[in-house]
Design a protein around this ligand. Structure first.
Ligand SMILES: [Zn+2]
Ligand SMILES: [Zn+2]
Length: 336
């Protein structure tokens, strides 16, 4: 804008200069008036460029206000993090089974004309439906719907993790759909659960001695018809492979799950605002034997405060674990 303005001013003044050379007889008064016109033009250009900057600032403030209002529609309590210019933000969502999800939204400066980009720890994302009057609330609603559709998938994965001897991957995230299961006789079964049809027989691969693997493959094929959508994954597996499957080792999982289930970090950032908690590791573990999820009490306090069903008695917050929904109680003083 500024560049274009300068160019126009120069060309107009140059044209005026050549006119002057052509009409030397012009009076001083005329020349004065021409110079005056150039100055007026310069003022005009400066004004226009100033207005352009103003317009840009105005557009930015409209963007800012729009996004703020749209976050408010979702509820500030769901916002986990946002950058300074509100172009990147994360929301936390609790699904019907009490699982906790983080949805990251990235906004283009042309938002809402351009749809936001989304990412989350899910096996696959949905294609966002975006209309001229769509808002952030619609993104979150579509995400919640998607997460609800994945409930069966996560239930199957949890059934595997809780009941079988899973040897990999270590601490799988919610997006991971495969598991390495030790099925005895030095054999490992790798299953890949179809996130869209999690109750169906999964894709499989056997690792082990050739003789064992070939007999297992035979059973897998011949007993495929026994796989029932009405039975649990573990029941189906035992039936198809005609074996007694081993359960998970009864180990203290504290050492395996040091990452905070809310902020996903092992250590809190070093920040004076966090006081004594600054830089500290996870200091709270869910009492549920099957969950044992670790948290920073600071994160758990923040999380519990955002849930309407949380109750407070003196300096203790009583609520539900974000992972297993079992009751949790955390001291506010300890956390701050
Ligand atoms: Zn944390
Ligand atoms: Zn728990």
């Amino acid at each position: 804008m500024w560049g274009a303005g300068v160019f126009n001013l120069n060309s107009i003044c140059m044209r005026r200069g050549s006119e002057e050379r052509g009409f030397r007889a012009k009076s001083d008064a005329h020349q004065l008036r021409d110079r005056f016109d150039c100055r007026r033009l310069l003022t005009l250009v400066l004004h226009v460029s100033f207005r352009a900057k103003e317009t840009e600032e105005l557009a930015m403030s409209i963007f800012y206000q729009t996004v703020q209002l749209q976050i408010e529609e979702i509820g500030w309590e769901h916002l986990v993090w946002a950058n300074g210019d509100l172009t990147i933000m994360s929301f936390k969502i609790l699904d019907k089974s009490g699982r906790f999800h983080i949805l990251e939204i990235v906004l283009d400066k042309n938002y809402p004309k351009r749809p936001p980009a989304i990412s989350s720890d899910v096996p696959h994302l949905f294609s966002l439906k975006w209309y001229p009057n769509s808002r952030l609330k619609d993104v979150v609603e579509q995400f919640i719907k998607h997460v609800e559709e994945l409930q069966d998938f996560w239930s199957v994965m949890e059934n595997i993790d809780k009941s079988l001897l899973v040897v990999g991957p270590e601490q799988p995230s919610r997006s991971v759909s495969f598991r390495h299961i030790n099925i005895g006789n030095d054999c490992v079964l790798v299953v890949n659960v179809n996130a869209d049809d999690p109750k169906s027989m999964p894709e499989s691969r056997f690792i082990g001695s050739e003789s064992h693997v070939s007999s297992l493959k035979k059973l897998w094929r011949s007993n495929a018809r026994l796989w029932s959508e009405h039975k649990s994954f573990v029941e189906n597996l035992a039936k198809v492979l005609e074996i007694q499957l081993q359960g998970p080792p009864d180990v203290d999982m504290d050492h395996r799950q040091l990452e905070c289930g809310i902020c996903y970090a092992q250590y809190l950032p070093t920040d004076t605002e966090l006081g004594t908690s600054s830089g500290s590791g996870t200091d709270y573990t869910c009492d549920n034997k099957n969950c044992r999820k670790a948290f920073h009490s600071v994160c758990l306090v923040d999380w519990l405060r955002s849930i309407t069903t949380t109750r407070q008695s003196f300096n203790v917050l009583f609520g539900a674990c974000p992972y297993c929904s079992d009751p949790v109680a955390v001291k506010i003083n300890n956390a701050n």
